[in-house]
Ligand binder design. Structure first.
Ligand code: NBP
Length: 508
């Protein structure tokens, strides 16, 4: 009797048949619609719902026509049409909309059903949602989705994390619809709680860094080299055949070749040089500061956008603050200049990814997450905005050693950066000489030089802190003595005037 009741309760109450939906998706904007079509192409039956229900009808009658897609007019209809455990993806505006839909779904869901948030949610929200839903017996997955419209339609990079119990139930769908790199899906389990959205956040931060580096390279070629847009496009086309081969280099080439149909001149030069941002780069930089991790390149990339946005102030400053004149003979050997710049871009990119993975490593420690490092690099290898050949080498480095302390300790990358060093330094020397701003290139080199310095001038910082604030310091073990004991916080009365009381000790 109980069994009959149980089977009966699994029937769709309206059609009285077994539900056929493999997965439900809420949010019929650009990402949602394209992901549904992608899943349907891979043989899954998708149940679609949207807050504005008229969009469901429009979608079903147009793009979804003839495909294995069911339109739902209510949350109940959506849930009734799904096989158990129900798997429901939210692709709605990040923030309150996600919480609103979770609230609406809960009365219709049962233990072990799965809610997946595929939007650009901030990871602390995903941590919270994971805990709240866990207490209700529902598995929450926060999944980064990258690749924009094209990626969603034909293969995005997917970065799922949260309730690991959900993974066996969604793995097949996720890995089928994800982009493939050398036959491997650009999707694997990232880690617990908000780890999926965390990794997506770092991905976006790295994207900021890559874009800034490329923009600086364009500026150098244009202002110091005097190259035309077509010539710069040719340089990017050439770079795209080598170690820098990537989606962002490829689209930059196309942008440089693009002429305004109205007058046949480069459209790029007509675009206002004031960059927008939606906040994920800023989140990464703030998190890096919170975790005390020197993710300098992403930080500079965010600040470079901020500096670009004060256009009026810059225009005013340009009239009163002089800099060096760029002479016609600034570049004597064009080939060498381009080769050096390629090395500078490559080395800076290595630093940026090394910093990104340092941050991920620190987050794993801080939040107690066991993260799948080789899979993270593989997930970024295809489908997403930062996809590149270079990420195959990072995947290989983490496969060789999943607990690699720093990418720069891997032989491939330490050799690459050693080889690139001379071109990198020549490029920055040139931009400094001629007054071309290179915040990302320069911070990458400063980081490199700082990271490889066994001794930094922080001894003086410590002395200053102790001088003015009695913040104490430790001595180098080789100089330990009776008056300067080893491993102890020491305060010195530097002037002979202050007292001997020290402030609370702490590591900054
Ligand atoms: P949008 O971010 O523009 O969101 C549109 C969807 O959110 C519609 O379904 C809309 O319903 C719904 N929505 C809004 Br707006 N406010 C709502 C509310 N208060 N309550 C319930 N639903 C609400 O769509 P998108 O560009 O497809 O992006 C979807 C998610 O994917 C976002 O989190 C986005 O950040 C992320 N993402 C986007 C891209 C991209 O390239 N666009 C790439 C990667 C990730 P309505 O139709 O009734 O207004």
């Amino acid at each position: 009797m109980n069994r009959i009741k149980q089977i009966a309760s699994h029937l769709n109450p309206i059609t009285n048949t077994q539900p056929s939906g493999d997965i439900g998706l809420i949010g019929l904007a650009v990402m949602g619609q394209n992901l549904i079509l992608n899943a349907a192409d891979h043989g899954f039956t998708v149940v679609a719902y949207n807050r504005t229900v008229s969009k469901v009808d429009h979608f079903i009658e147009n793009e979804a026509k003839g495909k294995s897609i069911i339109g739902a007019k209510s949350i109940q209809e959506l849930v009734d049409n799904l096989k158990r455990p129900r798997r429901i993806i939210l692709l709605v505006k990040a923030g309150a909309a996600v919480d609103a839909f979770i609230e609406q779904l809960l009365p219709y869901l049962e233990k072990d059903d799965i809610i997946i948030d595929g939007g650009n949610s901030h990871y602390p929200d995903s941590n919270r949602r994971y805990e709240e839903l866990k207490s209700k017996g529902i598995h929450f997955v926060g999944s980064g989705v990258s690749g924009g419209e094209e990626g969603a339609r034909y293969g995005p990079s997917l970065m799922p994390g949260g309730a690991e119990e959900a993974w066996p139930h969604i793995k097949d769908i996720f890995q089928s619809i994800a982009a493939k790199s050398d036959g491997e899906p650009c999707c694997d389990w990232v880690g617990p709680a908000g780890a999926g959205h965390y990794v997506k956040m770092v991905h976006n931060g790295i994207e900021y860094g890559d874009m800034q580096l490329i923009s600086e390279a364009y500026d150098i070629l244009k202002r110091i080299g005097g190259f035309t847009n077509k010539e710069i496009g040719d340089v990017f086309a050439q770079w795209n055949k080598g170690v820098l081969d990537s989606f962002l280099i490829e689209i930059t080439r196309d942008i440089l070749y693009y002429n305004d149909p109205a007058d046949g001149t480069p459209l790029l030069e007509k675009i206002l040089d004031s960059a927008g941002q939606k906040g994920t780069g800023k989140w990464t930089a703030i998190n890096a500061l919170d975790l005390g991790t020197p993710v300098t390149l992403i930080g500079e990339a965010v600040f470079a956008r901020c500096l670009s946005s004060i256009k009026d102030e810059r225009v005013a400053a340009s009239k009163i603050l002089p800099g060096p004149e760029i002479t016609k003979d600034a570049v004597t050997d064009r080939k060498q200049f381009v080769d050096d710049l390629e090395q500078a871009l490559y080395a800076s990119k290595i630093i940026s990814y090394a910093q990104g993975f340092m941050l991920i490593r620190e987050a794993a420690k801080e939040y107690g997450w066991k993260l799948n490092n080789p899979a993270i690099a593989l997930m970024w290898r295809g489908g997403c905005i930062i996809r590149s050949v270079f990420l195959a080498e990072i995947t290989a480095a983490y496969r060789e050693n999943p607990d690699l302390e720093n990418l720069l300790f891997n032989k491939f990358f330490s050799d690459a950066i050693t080889k690139a060093q001379s071109g990198w330094r020549s490029t920055i020397a040139l931009t400094t000489k001629y007054g071309i701003p290179t915040p990302a290139f320069s911070t990458a080199l400063s980081f490199y030089d700082g990271y490889r310095s066994a001794k930094l001038p922080a001894n003086l910082l410590q002395a200053q802190r102790d001088y003015f604030g009695a913040h104490t310091f430790k001595v180098l073990p080789e100089f330990a003595s009776e008056t300067l004991p080893k491993d102890q916080y020491i305060h010195i009365n530097w002037t002979g005037r202050g007292g001997d009381v020290s402030a609370t000790t702490y590591d900054a």
